[in-house]
Write a protein that binds this ligand. Sequence first.
Ligand code: GDP
Ligand code: IMO
Ligand code: MG
Length: 440
Amino acid sequence: MSVLAILGGQWGDEGKGKVIDWLASQADVVARYQGGANAGHTVVVDGNQYILHLIPTGILHGGVKCIIGSGVVVDPLALVEEIEYLRSVGIEIGENLVLGKRAHLIMPYHKVLDSHMEELLGINRIGTTGRGIGPAYSDKAARLGVRISDLFDEKILTERIRVSLAIKKRLLGDIELSENEAQALDEAHVLDVCSQVRKTLGPHVRNTDAEINDALNGNKKILLEGAQGILLDLDMGTYPYVTSSNTGVGGAMSGLGLPYRRLNTVFGIMKAYCTRVGQGPFPSEMGEVEAGLLREEGGEFGATTGRPRRCGWFDAVAARHCIQVAGMDAIAVTKLDVLDNQETIRVCVGYEFEGERVTIFPAETSILEQCKPVYTEFPGWMSSTGGVRDYDALPPRAKDYIRGLEELTDRPVWLISTGPSRDDTICIHNPFDGDGMRGN
Ligand code: GDP
Ligand code: IMO
Ligand code: MG
């Protein structure tokens, strides 16, 4: 019996998709538990790139059951598009994809609200992905949401949409809407969208909480696929510059209806440096020239929106915070190869705020914004690690860097990624053989 949670240990885009794909060959079930199509998880297999937004990364492995759990917010059109895309490239999607009845839907009007909210926020905008995530989770919490199960009861569906739209129209007041936006707030249009997706989604809709518990009781290997990262967590992240869900273990348990005692291992995924998309504090952010070079080297452009990612050095203060609040047992370090040409590699080991040294990740975003990074330096290895699969084949200075990260985070590195392809992976310890809840 083994339940393994894979979480992002930074601001998202850590390479979770790559690591999950690598591990999925050993799994029976892969389950997404939060977030929505704001996620973009990239996998490269035999030179072919796949970007998954809603469907669990395990879908690329035949025989793995892929669950979209209750805590996910599902844009039904995006999901249908993803199913059709995967089928068009020869991926089989049938019984292996399960969509939870309790999951909430992202409706066309949620995207309109997302973009107008950003506009109204002006310089305080979050820099969302524009996928309607915040408004859909707001509706869920306000008990105004529409759930997957509602799609299959026309009377309830019509009523839920009518009530929700009436309130939205009042809230939007006299904000001017484009033709498309007005359509997204039109009841008949929204109902039409629902009827368009019913046929494709219908065969996949099941009780995911029951299914995942059956898998658990059948001693199956279950992999929990986190989206975003702990620094984007609604409670533990850099609020308000976060996403609208709990990206950590709490989100996994509540989003899937899993008993928390059954979780065996929490594996945190971290890049060998840091990136962030959207607004918000980023103490170890590089200057534009340096960031530009790393962005090119690492292909740091959003997998969902194509936006250039902000780049910075590995932040050990932020990493320790993530490890602590998520109870990470061990970490994976990804994109080591992207640092191959750095003469000197910096790691942020503390912050300076008003002349004082800070080593605990501040809760106040206003303080974090003013924190100056304190760096330690590692000499670069200045040779290629791209595609290395054996730890002993790494240059000594790359090994020193990995050992340095282990010391600074107080966690073992179990896996190193040296390229985007599935096989560009060094496995030091298989996370499925985990060592229990050590991180807690
Ligand atoms: P996720 O959201 O955490 O799954 O990460 P993304 O897919 O958004 O971003 C990670 C990007 O880095 C993708 O383009 C991956 O193909 C790529 N990638 C993952 N691991 C490595 C690696 O070890 N080296 C390099 N060069 N690229 C990697
Ligand atoms: P994966 O799973 C990186 C960021 C957005 C924005 C903030 C809120 O691929 O790691 P939202 O649309 O969620 O309301 O936006 O969160 N964000 C991500 N950044 N990777 C992601 O997902 C992200 N999902 C959301 O850029 O700053
Ligand atoms: Mg991503």
